[in-house]
Design a protein around this ligand. Structure first.
Ligand code: C2E
Ligand code: MG
Ligand code: MG
Length: 442
């Protein structure tokens, strides 16, 4: 009933908000088989466990419902685009990677997912549910060939262990890598720093999305090791870039999972890595998401304050997608705000989008926080972002994430003549060498 109600509500809102609405229909594969072989009590336990894992993926604008025996539905209001829903699909995929531990049995389960999206302004009715359901059945029948069939292990995969175990191996065997995306000052396109983004090329699956890596790492507690590894590797690379470039100011931004902040000596780990690699704390920006306030906010605050005392800056990443409220913004110990790319996408064409962004930016400025626009992909988005008054930007328009060696080359090139670099679409982007100190240090 709640789902029906929310769907109706989404229909009313959609007429004026110009946002997409997505429905994901999730059906567990071979659930009947679980009931038949292990008994109904195990089946029930499994449903509860699945519901728990799926609940962890719910964002403030989502509704998760169980619609029948083994069927679940995600209703996502306020989708900025299709990739938003696809990100969620990836996270659902990750949720089925690990086996479920039930009384006496360990079960590995897969699920089929169907996705239906209503575009901005499109009428939303029950028909959207039916469409998602149909897509799900199609996915099941075609065994995932051209539609979605998620979390399916083949026998080989199972023998080799879950993705979690493989991540452990990858970590030990140094199979992970870090890509770096330049961050720029919007006024002149000069590079102020780089953001470190974890990469993993799996032997048989190919590239594993960072969203999946992080979700799997969080579920297996490997997140602390992966996080520490990324920090150390990127500090080493950062030191190498600075070598022989006296006076160069280049920020290094590293993403931190909420889970990492819970480890008793997170600050000690950061201090050690900074010392071991010779990195100045003032060069480091740690990016956390708004979800830090969702659990144990007091502790998170203490940890962030301790980090700031070291001289490290804190950026609020993906701002606007989570638990944002005015009071929150006032409380959280942050130095920089990064507005999520879903707000930036299409900013030049979506009505009211720039007005909303401008208001958020003004708010950040009242709190004396500089703002970074994420996901700037086109020249006109860049223009819009510049007009609104963002200090910093990041996105494919300026540069894609690249290897440490490519950053080295970029610094060599831009350092010499503050030159221009071809952008992804072949047109000129304005990427110039690093200049005066970047985001203000306190
Ligand atoms: P994020 O921190 O918001 O990083 C920005 C993401 O947006 C990156 O995706 C980047 O490749 C992508 N991006 C940058 N510019 C554009 C653009 O113009 N258009 C589009 N469509 N995308 C753009 P990536 O590398 O897939 O990382 C996804 C997320 O995974 C990151 O989002 C971050 O939350 C997380 N992540 C990545 N590396 C790490 C890590 O080492 N530790 C932790 N805890 N999380 C990480
Ligand atoms: Mg980030
Ligand atoms: Mg972000």
């Amino acid at each position: 009933m709640l789902l029906q109600d929310r769907l109706q509500h989404a229909g009313l809102r959609n007429v004026r908000t110009h946002e997409s609405v997505g429905v994901l229909f999730i059906d567990l594969d071979d659930f009947k088989h679980v009931n038949d072989t292990h008994g109904h009590h195990v089946g029930d336990e499994l449903l509860v466990a699945v519901a728990h894992r799926l609940s962890a993926l719910v964002r403030p604008d989502d509704t998760l419902a169980r619609v029948s025996g083994d069927e679940f539905v995600f209703l996502c209001e306020r989708l900025s685009d299709r990739t938003d829903a696809e990100r969620l699909v990836e996270r659902i995929e990750a949720a089925f990677e690990l086996p479920f531990e039930l009384s006496g049995v360990q079960l590995t389960l897969s699920a089929s997912v169907g996705l239906a999206i209503a575009d901005p302004g499109e009428e939303i009715t029950d028909g959207l549910l039916v469409e998602a359901d149909t897509a799900m059945y199609r996915a099941k029948r075609r065994s995932g060939r051209d539609t979605r069939l998620l979390g399916r292990f083949d026998a080989l995969d199972l023998a080799a262990g879950s993705l979690g175990c493989q991540l452990r191996t990858a970590l030990d065997a140094d199979e992970l890598d870090v890509a770096y995306q330049p961050m720029v000052r919007t006024s002149d396109g000069s590079i102020t720093g780089v953001e470190a983004l974890v990469r993993w090329t799996h032997a048989t699956r190919g590239a594993v999305s960072p969203a999946v890596i992080v979700a799997v790492a969080e579920q297996t507690e490997l997140i602390n090791e992966v996080g520490a590894w990324v920090l150390e590797r990127s500090c080493e690379d950062h030191q190498r870039w600075l070598a022989g470039r006296e006076g160069l100011s280049l920020d290094l931004a590293v993403n931190v999972s909420v889970r990492q902040l819970r480890v008793p000596d997170f600050v000690g780990m950061v201090t050690m890595v900074l010392a071991a690699t010779g990195t100045r704390p003032e060069a480091l920006i740690l990016e956390v998401t708004e979800s830090i306030l969702m659990d144990d906010a007091d502790r998170a605050h203490l940890v962030l304050e301790e980090l700031r005392e070291l001289g490290v800056r804190i950026a609020l990443d993906d701002f606007g997608t989570g638990f944002s409220s005015l009071s929150y913004l006032q409380q959280v110990p942050a130095d920089i705000i990064k507005i999520d790319r879903s707000f930036v996408a299409g900013i030049d064409v979506t009505p009211n989008a720039s007005a909303i962004l401008a208001a958020v930016t003004d708010l950040a400025h009242v709190l004396s926080l500089p703002v970074t626009a994420e996901g700037v992909e086109t020249r006109s988005e860049r223009d819009e972002v510049r007009t609104i008054g963002y200090e910093y930007a990041q996105g494919f328009f300026y540069a894609h994430p690249m290897s440490a060696a490519a950053i080295e080359q970029l610094l060599r090139r831009t350092g010499r003549d503050a030159g221009h670099l071809p952008s992804a679409d072949g047109g000129p982007s304005e990427l110039a060498g690093p200049k005066a100190p970047a985001a203000p240090t306190r």
